[in-house]
Ligand binder design. Sequence first.
Ligand code: BDR
Ligand code: CA
Length: 342
Amino acid sequence: MKYIWLDADPGHDDATAILLAVHCPDIKLLGVSTVHGNADAQCTESNAARCLYAYGAPRDVHVYPGATKPLIRPARHDPEIHGIDGLGGVEGLPPPNSAAVLARLGAKGEAVRAVEGIARAIMADRSRKITIVSTGPMTNIALFVSVYPDLLDSVEEFVFMGGGVGMGNRSAVAEFNILCDPEAAQIVLDVPVRKVMIPLNVTHTAIMTRDWHHKLLAPGSIPSDTLPTPTTNLRHMLSTLINFFAESYKSTFGFLDGPPLHDALTIAYVCQPDMFSCKRHRVDIELSGTHTSGETVVDIWDYRSCDDTWGASGKNCLVAESLQVDKFFSLFLDCVDRCDAV
Ligand code: BDR
Ligand code: CA
């Protein structure tokens, strides 16, 4: 069993990561913390709770609100991609202020914040290690590692969606999650714990094409020109999510085949690391470049002499290089089946 904590800024693809975190086999989700990013922190908090409810997550899985802004820089959001509230166009979720959603916020009625939530999850059982997964700006994680360095020996690894090797999506070279809070990302990269980076180069291969969309709507059917009617409410909700996300990616980046499910790959990595190939490198963040702020500088040629620690002087990160795309979508569809069966 893998014990995971998910820190997210839902966000359409974050919502798919939450689905996998709740329904992947052999994963126990301990909690979800939320952060500014795709939308403001109030929206990402309620979106996480709305998703947990829609996915039938166990009642003891709660949402812990975190940082409302980056460590140093002003907050930025991404309505062009995710709509104003972060889950634009998604139908079938409970409204933000419904009792079902409010019941997911905080632990046992207490208002527990992200950093405390992660610490409590670790301290509840020091005999196990937990994996901390990040699918948004890394502000909460940077705060956690700074406030609780003594708990780091209970962290198996940090797995994050962010960055790119020689590419960006919110500047020529910077990826959105890292660009939002570059200083936080560097703090996390310097922590002497194993890290796994899932960059854009790989997430852009996990495209929800029309064929996969077809299989999602009607399991076992043969893909054809018209999309079938969804067989369940969950499949309808996911279909509206995919349609909105696909339109955003078409109009903003010219993606014609479908949207990339970036964030879901983090949980897929925790569940089935063998579907990825990875290489260990030194990774740093450009913090001051005029045109390159927020770039992930991945030392693929080993220019820096590094030791074999995961921290500030070492090759600090496993960087995913490729993904077995069919295996990923099979896992995704399995999780939808499991969710439908709850
Ligand atoms: C990342 O930025 C957000 O738009 C997505 O949720 C994902 O985490 C991709 O760059
Ligand atoms: Ca995200």
